[in-house]
Ligand binder design. Sequence first.
Ligand SMILES: *Cc1c(COP(=O)(O)O)cnc(C)c1O
Length: 372
Amino acid sequence: MIPFVDLKAQYLSIKDEIDAAVFKALESTQFVLGSEVVALEEEFSHYCGANYGIAVNTGTSALHLALLAAGIGPGDEVITTPFTFVATVAAICYTGATPVFVDIEPNSYTIDVRQIEAAITARTKAILPVHLYGQPADMDAILDIARRYGLIVIEDAAQAHRAEYKGRRVGSIGDLGCFSFYPGKNLGAYGEGGMVVTNNPEYAAKLRCLRDWGQERKYHHVLKGYNYRMDGLQGAILRVKLRHLDAWTEARRAQAARYDQLLAAEVITPKVMPYSYHVYHVYAVRSPERDLLQQVLQQQGIQTGIHYPIPVHLQPAYSDLGYKVGDFPQAELAAQQVLSLPMYAELSPVQIKTISAALSEGISRLSWRKAG
Ligand SMILES: *Cc1c(COP(=O)(O)O)cnc(C)c1O
């Protein structure tokens, strides 16, 4: 069996370091925030090329607070894409603002920058691009539009730790950048976690206040805040794991190169935009026979995923936004055709060969069946 993710293999590879950090954190009894979280904020924000990092309990909270820090609320509109994890859109709704969708560009699966201007209205306050699968959105084009219309840019970098756009790390390119440390992400906690990074000291101060009950100091509540603090244990664990992220990212990129070579003739492999350093949170191939291929792989004991089978504008929970089938044809087609293959640093070249061979065999069986 080849699992879709293998968190155990990664833990075993760094067990001694992790166990020592966890015991130290337990001894310190700094269970919420504390010195390990402060050190993580410093280290991770600098890793992203940003001056400030504000650690929170989830990536969703990071998005929610980034939007609030930017002053977004009821009556405002935020432009994003429907081809993302639901949290991107949920966070906009939490503030009372309205998500406004723009279709994706089908090669990169990120927001189609040529369609953004048509979606801007007098109520638009921000653009929220998603660096989907670990590939950055076209940030220069987005920043140019934002500058011309006076909009704030908030990056959803939950899938893109260490990804680069024209040599700059994501998260620090827009006004605010949001990360998730959910266990399966490229940098994952042993529980939930998230962070907002920014170069703006006013946003940083507001974010710090909002994540801890809106307190300026203890029991002095100057904003209506939240309990969005990061656990001390997660801070300690993430600091250890951050030291390995460069090596893990290189390993993912090497896996992707192996897949590319073995699969280029069989399916549409991921397209790397000339501006990007892709970190392959997800390695998604594309085929009109997606569902059948997924079954074939499952029969061979190979787990796959679909990111995502239903675009957010067609989810029942968001029907009140008033969208319908056909509104975003590229997102809808991608949702029917993408298939995510196992992708993690610990995959072996032999496993990649096994997966690729199973996929090739599946394709030839399908075409044979069609011909017959
Ligand atoms: C994972 C993810 C989130 C949410 O992060 P959580 O830590 O699970 O709350 C937001 N946006 C995208 C694109 C994600 O992949």
